[in-house]
Design a protein around this ligand. Structure first.
Ligand SMILES: *Cc1c(COP(=O)(O)O)cnc(C)c1O
Length: 223
């Protein structure tokens, strides 16, 4: 199957309110161009250097999403162009993103990554850490970042009930955001995104309330 037909099949399976991030990590620019020519404008990468190289080579009307774990010392390389950073999991990282956004005279949109899986290897905040972060004085001082919502990754398992439980957990944390004291109404206006669901579990993620799916192998083939 071609990238174009894969893309069309995936798109046809998504409700209108769900945004597709085409995850192009490890794939050559020629593959991305095929998706671009089929109309795709949002691409997800998990390494800053690779994303920057692709950004340099590709048309400039693409929105680049950083979906991987971000090291603070590399934020500066993507700060001029990144459209959304999915995996933000600390105040320290937010402060660095804010600093680099300011240097580039822009506001950078972020999702806070929540730890929902039963795997040691996955990153993210727990519910208490999230509340602490959002109500901290330091957070309120960050004027060049905007929190659009939450991101999570389910456990890599065949157990659909387990995955469903984890996605439902993320949705409930998302829904509780509006109850956090001190987290300003202004900031809340932007919170509308739940990034959850990959090739293997995006249908389930959408049933559980996902508004943004990150799909790689179903579009570009295995890695
Ligand atoms: C690679 C990756 C994806 C896409 O995974 P597929 O199974 O290829 O769809 C989604 N999210 C994150 C964070 C990833 O690293």
């Amino acid at each position: 199957m071609s990238i174009q037909s894969n893309l069309n099949t995936v798109k046809a399976s998504l409700p209108e309110n769900v945004t597709l991030v085409a995850v192009s990590k490890t794939k050559p620019v020629s593959d991305l161009i095929q998706a671009y020519e089929a109309g795709q404008r949002i691409f997800g990468e998990n390494k800053i250097q690779e994303m920057t190289e692709k950004w340099e080579q590709m048309p400039k009307d693409i929105q680049w999403h950083m979906i991987g774990h971000v090291q603070s010392n590399k934020v500066k390389f993507m700060a001029p162009f990144v459209s959304l950073i999915h995996g933000v999991d600390s105040l320290k990282l937010l402060q660095e993103i804010n600093k680099q956004a300011l240097k580039n005279n822009r506001t950078i949109d972020c999702l806070l990554q929540i730890y929902i899986a039963e795997e040691e290897s996955k990153f993210g905040l727990d519910e208490n850490e999230l509340n602490e972060l959002l109500t901290s004085v330091e957070f309120k001082e960050l004027k060049n970042i905007r929190i659009l919502g939450l991101m999570g990754m389910a456990t890599f398992t065949e157990d659909q009930n387990q995955i469903k439980k984890e996605f439902t957990h993320l949705k409930s944390i998302f829904d509780s955001l509006k109850n956090i004291d001190g987290y300003g109404k202004d900031a809340l206006q932007c919170v509308s995104t739940i990034s959850m669901g990959m090739s293997g579990d995006y249908q389930l993620a959408i049933e559980c309330g996902s508004t943004m799916v990150r799909i790689g192998s179903s579009i570009f083939g295995g890695r």
